[in-house]
Design a protein around this ligand. Structure first.
Ligand SMILES: [Zn+2]
Length: 126
C-alpha cells in the first residue's frame, strides 16, 4: 500500500502521521494501548493489517506496548543508526509504517521485545 505524505496526512491524526510516517516516538507511558490486556489483534493504524496478537503482549515496564513476537510475515526489519545507536527498526510489511524497535532482552519463548508505539496500532477486540 503506497500513498503520498499528503494522502497519509488526510487519513491520520497529526500524532499518528508523525510517528508512523516520520519515524517519531510517542512519549513513554502516554499510549492508550499500553495497559490494554483484552484479547484481540493489534493492527497497523495506517493499513489495518494485523501485526501482533494479544497472546504475545507483556508488560516490559519500558513505557510502550511490548510484544515478544510479531505475526508471521507482517513486520519488516531494518537497521536504524539514528541517535548514535544501532537498533533494529520494525515497520509494517504492507505500508512501511514505522512501528518501533525490536530488542534482544525480551522474555521466553523468543527472547525478543517488540517495543511499539501505541499510536501506530489499532486494537481489534476478539
Ligand atoms: Zn501498515
Amino acid at each position: 500500500m503506497k500513498l503520498t505524505d499528503a494522502q497519509w496526512q488526510q487519513r491520520l491524526t497529526a500524532e499518528q502521521f508523525r510517528v508512523t510516517r516520520l519515524k517519531g516516538t510517542e512519549y513513554p507511558f502516554s499510549g492508550t494501548l499500553l495497559h490494554n490486556d483484552a484479547n484481540g489483534t493489534y493492527c497497523c493504524i495506517c493499513c489495518h493489517q494485523p501485526l501482533f496478537h494479544s497472546d504475545t503482549k507483556f508488560d516490559s515496564g519500558c513505557g510502550w506496548p511490548s510484544f515478544f513476537a510479531a505475526l508471521q510475515g507482517q513486520v519488516r526489519y531494518q537497521t536504524d543508526h539514528s541517535h548514535g545507536m544501532q537498533r533494529t527498526e520494525i515497520l509494517c510489511a504492507h505500508c512501511d509504517a514505522h512501528l518501533g524497535h525490536v530488542f534482544d532482552d525480551g522474555p521466553a519463548p523468543t527472547g525478543q521485545r517488540y517495543c511499539v508505539n501505541s499510536v501506530a496500532l489499532q486494537f481489534d477486540k476478539q
